[in-house]
Write a protein that binds this ligand. Structure first.
Ligand SMILES: [Zn+2]
Length: 100
């Protein structure tokens, strides 16, 4: 996976999504799709999982912003506490790869 991959501007218009952290609107290919599976937020890396999704820049600062704004319970329309450890782990991995 290439976090800084090319924007897919081609013949086809890419759908726009809003990052739940910084609220910036951008092409969905720049954002990580997140879905909720039984109270756990997981990164939908293959964009194959069904159900309500949220979009987030693949960055820990956006995750922190989203958490502070309680954006996830709102995005997933739930009042239950959500487990973000999988998303955080994934983003930490990405960041380590970028530094190394
Ligand atoms: Zn963002």
């Amino acid at each position: 996976m290439h976090p800084h991959g090319k924007l897919e501007y081609g013949g086809q218009a890419s759908p726009l999504r809003t990052c739940v952290g910084c609220r910036v609107r951008t092409v969905s290919s720049e954002l990580l799709r997140l879905v909720m599976v039984e109270g756990v937020i997981v990164p939908d890396l293959r964009r194959r999982l069904q159900g309500r999704g949220a979009s987030l820049h693949p960055s820990l600062s956006c995750l922190d912003l989203a958490e502070r704004r309680r954006a996830f319970p709102r995005a997933f329309r739930t009042a239950v506490p959500l487990d973000l450890s999988q998303v955080r782990g994934h983003l930490e991995e990405l960041q380590t790869e970028r530094i190394g």
